[in-house]
Design a protein around this ligand. Structure first.
Ligand SMILES: Cc1ncc(COP(=O)(O)O)c(C=O)c1O
Length: 391
């Protein structure tokens, strides 16, 4: 029986012992994956090794480091049901959102639709487009403080709408949008669909094809348990061909593939998403990202999703049994992932109690964010919830 007595298709105790030994030792209850994810042991090991080789480069070939880039495209593609040719390595979410804003061929007077309540990483790049190209950003008001899917779809019929851009899961409320529904609505209307996936990918599974996503951006530093400065962008195959990269990298051209003949310039891009990469990347950190992504693929993304969903169920059931707290996150499974936001009367005092109980958490937009992940247990949550509302 695991510490949290969860029925899952992987052994949580063994996972904790192997990959999160500090959790197995009870040193910390980490429920802050919506802010930054800790590195699993395998990523920590490879990062230490790669850092050592970074200091003494001659001990390994360039291929050792380059593998992080190639496998990074490969494994991120597997997580998304994409192909590696549709993946570009990035250093954060913002880079992918900016790629969408600057590469898609908008014209003055065009409209981009998004939701109020979006994290600024998916707002400012579009506001920048307003300044640069006269494209306006239309923010659809929320309903009951949550993104309003029906209203977003209705807004797609406004004149000159060319793109919809949303966070899959809200950083503030944990509300998860139905991307398949939104994507289908965009596709029917010939509207580009752009997704910031950072708060959903890992605790939930995503199929970019089934959701008709045109461009997806995600950093890997949160739920994907990878170093800061790692991430990726997906660009739908047909768009890879059509779009010009807004920033041009020297390694985006086959002409640079032969390192002995850099000066044979030829302004012709690779036919795949490498054309959107702007090098040099944090190679040693990408090695660690690959290790972390491999953990998800080994456990099975669906098994991870089931585990996190059952932890979130536990939070929902606890909230439903109390009058002194309000669950900000929608209760229905399909409308949440791993980020759970709970409103209590005295947020500051609750946060102090959580810290005293050794629980990593954050306070955002009127709620305490508890964001459990693949190695957390219901026992972890019980400690946190008891500290959150002790009476
Ligand atoms: C929805 C969302 N998008 C983006 C980010 C971060 O963007 P970046 O990876 O560019 O730092 C966050 C959190 O920091 C977030 O919650």
């Amino acid at each position: 029986m695991s510490a949290g007595s969860l029925i899952v298709s992987y052994d949580v105790d063994a996972l904790r012992a192997r990959e999160f030994p500090w959790a197995a030792r009870g040193e910390r209850i980490y429920l802050d994956h919506a802010a930054t994810g800790p590195l699993p042991q395998r990523a920590r090991d490879i990062q230490a090794e790669a850092n050592a080789y970074r200091a003494e480069l001659w001990r390994v070939g360039f291929e050792y480091f380059w593998e992080g880039v190639v496998r990074g495209r490969d494994l991120s593609a597997q997580l998304l049901n994409a192909s590696p040719e549709e993946m570009a390595i990035t250093t954060n979410t913002s880079q992918g959102v900016n790629l969408a804003a600057r590469a898609l061929p908008f014209a003055a007077g065009d409209v981009v639709v998004s939701s109020a309540g979006e994290f600024p990483a998916n707002i400012y790049p579009w506001m920048g487009l307003e300044k640069a190209k006269g494209v306006s950003l239309h923010l659809v008001p929320m309903k009951d403080r949550l993104p309003d899917e029906d209203a977003l779809i209705a807004a797609l019929d406004l004149p000159r709408v060319r793109a919809l851009t949303v966070s899959w899961v809200s950083f503030a409320t944990g509300a998860r949008l139905n991307l398949a529904r939104l994507g289908a609505a965009c596709r029917e209307r010939g509207i580009w669909f752009v997704v910031d996936a950072i708060q959903g990918l890992g605790p939930a599974t995503l199929d970019v094809k089934a959701c008709h996503i045109d461009i997806l951006a995600s950093g890997a530093q949160k739920w994907l348990l990878s170093p800061w400065g790692t991430g990726f962008a997906y660009v739908r195959r047909e768009l890879v061909q059509e779009l010009d990269p807004p920033a041009v990298g020297w390694l985006s051209m086959p002409a640079s593939a032969d390192f002995t003949r850099f000066l044979d310039y030829d302004y012709a891009f690779y036919p795949d998403a490498r054309k959107f990469e702007v090098f040099t990347a944090p190679m040693h950190d990408l090695k660690a990202m690959v290790a972390s992504l491999s953990l998800f693929l080994e456990l099975g993304p669906a098994a991870v999703e089931a585990h996190v969903a059952s932890l979130a169920d536990h939070v929902v059931a606890w909230c439903e049994g109390r009058r002194d707290v309000r669950l900000v996150t929608p209760a229905a499974r399909a409308r949440r992932a791993g980020l759970m936001s709970i409103a209590v009367d005295d947020l500051a005092a609750a946060s102090v109690r959580l810290s005293e109980a050794g629980v990593s958490h954050t306070v955002r937009e009127g709620g305490v964010r508890l964001s459990p992940h693949l190695y957390n247990t219901t026992a972890d949550l019980d400690t946190a919830l008891a500290a959150l509302a002790p009476r």
